[in-house]
Design a protein around this ligand. Structure first.
Ligand code: NBP
Length: 478
């Protein structure tokens, strides 16, 4: 028993994570259901560090120092349960199982509870950054017991990405499913970021009349400013790419039907359960769904649209600058909504998640890494119990400065017939929150009319009902 850590599940993520540990000086026991993958990994990368190739589950477990630390990197869902059931009987109290897959946090809560009864620490850890991140440094969001993090933390800090200030992009998020919950919301925000960028592209292309190459240049420029982020950077790369076969812009030869694996959908489903408005994320998930409905799109192809021509060249650059404002303002809203969801989940499950720490661990390694996250960190440092990112004076000022351009962009999109569901939903959220009065008062009146659902008044305490089908006098019900 010489290995400090074990990895089972040696597809791309598990292999790269095992290599990351080995490259950082740890002895890593490796295991995979299909043993050939274990042998292949050690043959190809054995020179990178100390690997212990193991065949059976027992051999794997026996190779680990006690208390054992083993990471499961298999396909999320039933395979994870199968692996847990295979290993749990071979483990002892105090051992730590880490699930680094994209598990649903409810599954993680269930597994943690079951294993806790056996004295085993189960750590659901969100890992972001794709295969490159796993190898070179991912952002890691571990849940589970605080005790497990004591032994695990130093190792994870070593292999995690480092933010620009050198801080490792990992910290204990909270108990049981907190880590996977935060990873889920990370992915939801990723969907929103991508959709906002896609809408900006669409506007630059069809309203400003820019070519993909010109748009790539615009994104490169934006990447030197406050939008500096991994997603803006790769957007420029994708837009600048030319298809070798046809010589056309790559973006013009790719089928325009976006796919998804499900974490964005989970974010929205859970947000609905928690009653948290995540309209930007929801629109991003729906936008992918709309794009994939070839039948509906085909049936609607001939429908009438506005007769707006692209802007004259001399107006295009000013419009592009407005789009940058709209993108930034909408981004503030989607992070506001995502952090609200984490806060609500933390309250619902009693996790005590530190929102500033979450923004910190997304600063490197993960797909949504961005200079922007430093701003969020600063906001929570200044006011740890910030009720909403929009309540931060800095963000309030920036969004206030952007709002006129933001509106102009949504207006231009509407008049040109360009769908901007995430830009406009984000703007609607902003306007709803800042409104003095909302038409929700009317909604309450309707509910009371048809269902006697009662209402509260602005001028005194209590719950009231109007006798709509009687003499329309008001009665106090509580
Ligand atoms: P996959 O999700 O493709 O899973 C393949 C691995 O699962 C193989 O090692 C396979 O073993 C093993 N496996 C399966 Br399938 N069923 C099993 C079972 N019943 N018992 C034991 N092992 C089983 O691998 P991946 O793309 O490397 O992702 C691993 C995890 O990391 C997933 O949960 C994924 O969602 C998550 N993740 C992926 C990314 C990414 O960018 N790909 C990013 C972040 C997180 P075999 O070799 O014997 O078939």
């Amino acid at each position: 028993s010489t290995a400090q850590i074990g990895v089972t599940g040696l597809a791309v993520m598990g292999s790269n994570l095992a290599r990351n540990f080995a490259r950082n000086g740890y002895t890593v026991a490796v295991h995979n259901r299909t043993a050939a993958k274990t042998t292949a990994l050690v043959e190809e990368f054995g020179h990178e560090g100390d690997f212990v190739a193991t065949g059976s589950a027992k051999e794997f477990v026996d190779a680990l120092e006690r208390p054992r630390r083993l990471i499961i990197m298999v396909k999320a869902g039933e395979p994870t349960d199968a692996v847990i059931h295979e290993f749990a009987p071979l483990l002892e109290p105090g051992d730590v199982i880490i699930d680094g897959g994209n598990a649903h946090f409810e599954d993680t809560r269930r597994r943690e509870k079951e294993l806790r009864e056996q004295g085993i620490h189960f750590v659901g850890a969100g890992i972001s950054g794709g295969e490159e991140g796993a190898l070179l440094g991912p952002s890691i969001m571990p849940g589970g017991s605080a005790e497990s993090y004591e032994s695990l933390g130093p190792m994870l800090e070593k292999i995690a990405a480092k933010a620009k200030d050198g801080t490792p992009c990992v910290s204990h998020v909270g108990p049981d499913g907190a880590g996977h919950f935060v990873k889920m919301v990370h992915n939801g925000i990723e969907y929103a970021d991508m959709q906002l960028i896609a809408e900006a592209y669409h506007l630059l292309r069809d309203v400003a009349g820019y070519s993909p190459a010109r748009i790539a240049e615009t994104f490169r420029e934006w990447n030197r400013g406050r939008l500096d982020s991994y997603l803006i950077e790769i957007t420029a790369e994708v837009l600048a790419h030319t298809d070798a076969e046809t010589g056309l812009p790559f973006v013009d030869v790719v089928a325009d039907a976006a796919e998804q694996k499900g974490t964005g959908r989970w974010t929205v489903q859970i947000a609905l359960d928690l009653g948290v408005p995540v309209s930007g994320i929801a629109e991003a998930v729906f936008a992918r769904a709309v794009s994939g409905h070839a039948d509906l799109r085909e049936a609607a192809r001939g429908l009438a649209g506005p007769a707006a021509a692209p802007l004259p060249a001399e107006a295009a650059d000013a419009f592009a600058a407005q789009v940058e404002q709209a993108l930034y303002a909408s981004k503030i809203v989607s992070y506001t909504q995502g952090f609200h969801q984490i806060q609500a989940g933390s309250e619902e499950y009693g996790w005590g998640v530190d929102l500033g720490a979450v923004s910190s661990l997304w600063r490197g390694g993960c797909i949504i890494r961005a200079a922007f996250l430093d701003r969020i960190r600063t906001a929570y440092d200044a006011q740890p119990d910030l009720p909403s990112l929009l309540a931060d004076p800095g963000f309030a000022q920036e969004i206030g400065e952007a709002q006129e351009d933001w509106r102009a962009v949504v207006v231009a999109a509407v008049s040109h017939g360009i769908p901007v569901p995430a830009f406009s939903a984000s703007l609607a959220y902003y306007d709803a929150l800042r409104a003095e009065r909302l038409p929700a008062a009317l909604t309450q009146g309707q509910r009371d009319f048809f269902g006697a659902h009662t209402y509260r008044r602005t001028d005194r305490e209590g719950t009231f009902h109007t006798l709509w089908s009687g003499d329309r006098s008001e009665v106090r019900t509580a």
